[in-house]
Design a protein around this ligand. Structure first.
Ligand code: CAA
Ligand code: NAD
Length: 284
């Protein structure tokens, strides 16, 4: 199975990065959004990253041109008809993802692989909702996609060897280091990372320290590139809240339960950097 044309559903924090690295590696890439405004914002995110990369001397103008030559933004599923692989990177909600897979299956060929960038959902369940469970798998990228080397490739119970092999090959072709992860909520990285992030919120609620002090503690004391609150704002508090609920549902362990403050921040719309406000204020 050879992957030449790739579709990415969602051009948010993750979809924009996935579309960028796919186009940069020479794949003809289509990125789909719900409307033109959101699409424009997502393409703008790619443009900003590449322009910043040129300023830093990390990206050449030719590399930027390659990305935009290979990338087409769209709001129409019909444009995905020739895709060999469609990577879904939309909201962390099983029912919305299933509906989206039906829309994908209505246009793509029978050979097309559907991969989810889900952080925590059951890949076997996502596959079971399609007519091609053997061609469904998880392909879990890390934020920011262009800079983080890892991709978790998740085999569901029904995922075929051919699908798994094609995704391992694709991950390497876009310059990532793939690891195989089991179809268990949170896979490998989030199984460890999510309880840590939720614990930081619990510590804040208990008055252990300020946001800044806890962040500095982990950054300066442990050498983490970002403190937990900077990272929570970066990932998105809405996404973290969805993930926590899904992992709590899966394992029924309190360490995965979303702390009350997280829920309230999401309800208030303080969803982190993308919303202009989270644990920190980004409005300026
Ligand atoms: N184009 C190209 N290269 C760029 C760039 C750009 N626009 N911007 C930065 N870079 C390069 C820099 O040049 C630098 O490269 P060198 O190391 O070769 O010098 C490197 O990227 C790091 O950049 P900076 O030094 O500017 O920035 P930083 O040191 O502050 O690092 C970061 C930024 C990589 C995001 C770092 O803070 C980090 O690793 N944070 C943690 C991120 C993380 O944990 N992500 C996982 C989130 S969880 C998840 O994704 C899973 C889930 O399901 C929720
Ligand atoms: P996001 O909110 O930044 O972006 C999601 C995008 O999907 C939005 O732009 C939205 O308009 C679009 N969308 C929603 N429904 C759609 C539909 N039916 N069709 C097309 N587009 C649709 O979210 P994100 O952070 O990019 O997360 C997307 C997925 O990636 C989630 O499953 C999440 O768990 C996973 N993920 C997130 C991170 C992270 O750090 N944020 C890391 C790894 C994986």
């Amino acid at each position: 199975m050879e992957i030449k044309t790739v579709g990415v559903i969602g051009c948010g924090l993750m979809g924009a990065g996935i579309a960028q690295v796919s186009a940069a590696a020479g794949f003809k890439t289509f990125v789909l959004e719900v409307n033109e405004d959101v699409l424009k914002k997502g393409i703008g995110r790619i443009d900003k990253f590449l322009t910043g990369g040129i300023e830093k001397g990390k990206v050449t103008p030719e590399q930027k041109a390659t990305v935009f030559a290979n990338l087409t933004g769209t709001t129409s599923f019909a444009d995905l008809k020739d895709c060999d692989l469609v990577i879904e990177a939309i909201i962390e909600n099983v029912e919305i993802k299933k509906k989206t897979y039906a829309q994908i299956e209505a246009v793509v060929g029978t050979h097309c692989v559907i991969a989810s960038n889900t952080s925590s959902l059951c890949i076997t369940e996502l596959g079971a909702g399609t007519t091609r469970p053997d061609k469904v798998a998880g392909l879990h990228f890390f934020n920011p996609v262009p800079l983080m080397k890892l991709v978790e490739v998740i085999r569901a119970l029904a995922t075929s060897q051919e699908t798994y092999d094609a995704l391992m090959t694709y991950a390497r072709a876009i310059g990532k280091e793939p690891v195989t992860a089991p179809d268990r909520g949170g896979f490998i990285v989030n199984r460890l990372l999510v309880p840590y992030l939720l614990d930081a919120i619990r510590c804040l609620e208990e008055g252990l320290g300020t946001v800044e002090d806890i962040d500095n503690g982990m950054k300066l004391g442990c050498g983490y590139p970002m403190g937990p609150f900077t990272l929570l704002d970066y990932v998105g508090l809405d996404t973290t809240y969805y993930i926590a609920n899904i992992m709590f549902e899966e394992f029924r362990e309190t360490r995965f339960a979303p702390p009350p403050l997280l829920k309230r921040m999401v309800l208030a719309g303080h969803c982190g950097k993308k919303a202009g406000k989270g644990f920190y204020d980004y409005s300026k």
